[in-house]
Design a protein around this ligand. Sequence first.
Ligand SMILES: [Zn+2]
Length: 260
Amino acid sequence: MSWYYGVDGRSQGPVEETTLQTLELSGAIEWNTPVWCAGMAGWKPYGEIFRRPSVQCHECERSVDQEPAIRYRGLSICPRCAPLFFQKVREGLASEEAAQYCGFWIRFSARMLDGLILAALTIPLSILNQVIIFRTYPLTGPGAGMERFENTARLGEFLTIQAAFVLISLVLGFAYEVYFVARFGGTPGKLLLRMRIVRSDFSRLTYGRSAIRFFGKMLSDLTMYIGYIMVGFDPQRRALHDYIADTRVIKRDSRRETRA
Ligand SMILES: [Zn+2]
C-alpha cells in the first residue's frame, strides 16, 4: 500500500508504510499529520489510522502522540511546545520566589520604626546627658561664658561621662537588634510590619549570627547606604549585611516560612 502524507498543506509521497513509521520516529510525521491511501474517502490523522493513543497539548491544543508528550501537573505538553512552556514555568516560579522577599521601601519603613522605638529609650538618656553637661559647664553664674571652656579641672570626669553615654547607646542598639532578631526572628519594627529575618534555608538566626548581622549593618551604614540600595537590585532582596550574615528578609505570611 502506498501512502501520501501532508506537510505544510502539501502532499508528499507515495511512500511505504514502513517509511511512514520511520518518518514518525524522526518527528517528520506526528499524530495529527494527515495521511491518505487509495480507497480512503479523505485524509485522516496519522494517529487515528494507526491507532495511537493521543493527548491534547495544553499549549498549542493539537492532538499529539501520548508517548513523547510531557506530563506536568496534570497537563500534557507536546515536545514542540516544551522548551517555551518550561521557560514560562521557570519565570513563574522565579517571580513567585522573589515575591516572598521584602523590598527596599518596606525595609526602610521598618528601620524608621525601629529608630523611633530606640529613640524613646535614648532620648531620656540624652536629656540626662545634657543636664550633666550644663551642671559641669554652666551657661550662667560663676564659671559661665568663655571661662567655662578654661575650666579643665573636671575635663577627665566630663569626657568619661560622655564616653559612657556613647557606649550605653551603642550597647542598647546592639542588645535591641541581636536579642529581638535571635529570639523573635525580627526587630519590633520588622515584626510590626509582618517581616522576618531568616537564614538562607529559612531557619532562625542564632545570637552569634544576629550579632554578625548587626556589625554588617554598621558596614552598610558606612557605605553611604549603598549596602541598603543593593536590596533594590538583588533577586533575593539582600542588603550588604544579608550577604555578610547569609540572611534574607521575608514576608511573615510567605508560604515557605512555615518550614522554618
Ligand atoms: Zn504543543
